[in-house]
Design a protein around this ligand. Structure first.
Ligand code: SF4
Ligand code: SF4
Length: 430
């Protein structure tokens, strides 16, 4: 029955795994649970069994695949170049379509994935609600009083990690670049980040313009679809992919700039979504993917950025590398760029490339395991702070990681602000 479910899904790459186990130590869930089926090798074995029809698709088989963070640290560790993330996302698609789903999952799909995330109108409405909620101090009431006990666990976590909603959309409010620069770039603003923590987009525009770029922000752009794909939803992200390709079709754009690592990885990999229909997986998918650039990676190549002047006083900073930059986009350039900045004293953070447990909505649906993974990260941060007491800032280039680590740092009472690297760089500019 399962081989039939996989029909049409290109899955041969699962055969690249030679079961060497070199990825095991890099897997956060294997480190926490110590169980083979919660390791990359174990999960690949399960996926292969399903694909070949040797295993039946049961909740017990699906559970370890659903417990994976999709952090892709195993891809970096793997000498056989197994494209683990692509295989997992395809397998989750088959699971979502062929195994009866929980009520929570059906609600998520019907409301959050299908209606809310793809719609700027809905996102604005939620942002306004979130803005008023925070203004009235309800986030404190639901986190610091007995009322928190009335909420389900995922709502308590959502409340604690709530972004700073602005009550408006960045892309709809953006007028025109101050520059008619040498370079012209498009800015991708995302779904949640289009209506929350807008300082990140403002700092991105400030850095790009100071480096000589003209920045355009198409209003028709949409959510990247990463949350959908990580949760096994495939048809909606295809629609979102086509919308984004259309929104950024202006050929005079040198690049499409992204300041969220998870979105960047998804936008670069739109081709994977269409791999089961070759007639739709054409050059446009690959051209679009090639134009996607992380903001710090793009700046690192710009002469205008290299000529910027920085404040004389150095700031001691910790950098946490988002998994979707290190392992999905496979770049460490953001760390190098920060280390080279004359106003930054970058101190090494132990295991900076290990997952913080955020992983999209993982921290809400697998809360206890996400907490254990976050605890390791916070232990590393505390140890680094003990050696570098003048460090007051941690930067990380993915909003999900930013909210997760910020919440953990606050709960432990650590004297550290957690911000996006572009916010730091925009502050340090002279
Ligand atoms: S993606 Fe991350 S959590 Fe999943 S198997 Fe690979 S290393 Fe482990
Ligand atoms: S995924 Fe790669 S590193 Fe892990 S067991 Fe398979 S071949 Fe080895």
């Amino acid at each position: 029955m399962t081989a039939e479910a996989f029909k049409g899904v290109p899955f041969d790459n699962v055969l690249k795994c030679v079961h060497c186990g070199l990825c095991l130590d890099d897997c956060p869930t294997y480190r926490e649970l110590g169980v083979e089926q919660d390791s990359p090798r174990g999960r690949l074995y399960l996926m292969r069994g399903l694909w070949e029809g040797e295993l039946d698709l049961t909740p017990d088989v699906a559970a370890p695949l659903n417990r994976c963070l999709d952090c892709r640290a195993c891809e970096t560790a793997c000498p056989s170049a197994v494209p683990y993330g692509e295989l997992l996302e395809k397998a989750r698609g088959v699971i979502a379509e062929n195994l009866p789903q929980s009520r929570q999952r059906r609600f998520l799909e019907a409301v959050f994935f299908r209606r809310v995330l793809p719609s700027t109108g809905w996102m604005r409405l939620i942002s306004m609600g979130g803005w008023i909620y925070r203004l009235l101090g309800l986030h404190l009431i639901f986190s610091q009083t007995a009322l928190a006990r009335l909420l389900p666990d995922w709502a308590v976590r959502g409340n604690a990690m709530m972004p700073r909603f602005a009550g408006r959309s960045f892309k709809l409010g953006y007028r025109k670049s101050k520059n008619k620069g040498k370079h012209k770039v498009g800015l991708f603003t995302g779904c949640i980040m289009d209506v929350a923590d807008l300082d990140i987009h403002r700092a991105t525009v400030k850095l790009l313009e100071a480096s000589g770029c003209e920045v355009v922000v198409p209003k028709e752009q949409a959510c990247c679809g990463a949350l959908h794909v990580h949760n096994g939803e495939r048809e909606i992200p295809r629609t979102l992919a086509l919308r984004n390709e259309e929104a950024f079709k202006d050929e005079s754009l040198d690049a499409v700039i992204v300041n969220a690592a998870g979105c960047g990885a998804q936008l670069r990999e739109y081709g994977h979504l269409f791999s089961d229909s070759p007639e739709r997986n054409d050059e446009r998918r690959h051209d679009f993917g090639n134009r996607i650039q992380d903001i710090l990676v793009y700046l690192s190549d710009l002469e205008g950025y290299r000529n910027l002047k920085w404040q004389a006083k150095k700031e001691t900073v910790l950098y946490d590398a988002p998994c979707h930059l290190m392992h999905a986009q496979k770049t460490d350039t953001p760390r190098t760029l920060l280390a080279e900045n004359p106003a930054v004293n970058l101190v090494p953070l132990e295991d900076a490339d290990r997952c913080c447990g955020a992983a999209g909505i993982y921290n809400m649906v697998h809360g206890d395991l996400a907490d254990d993974i976050l605890d390791r990260k916070l232990d590393d941060i505390e140890a680094t702070l003990a050696l570098n007491p003048d460090a007051a800032t941690l930067v990380t280039g993915n909003p999900g990681c930013l909210f997760q680590i910020r919440n953990g740092v606050r709960n432990r009472g650590l004297p550290l602000r957690v911000i996006h690297p572009v916010q730091l760089l925009a502050e340090l500019m002279e």
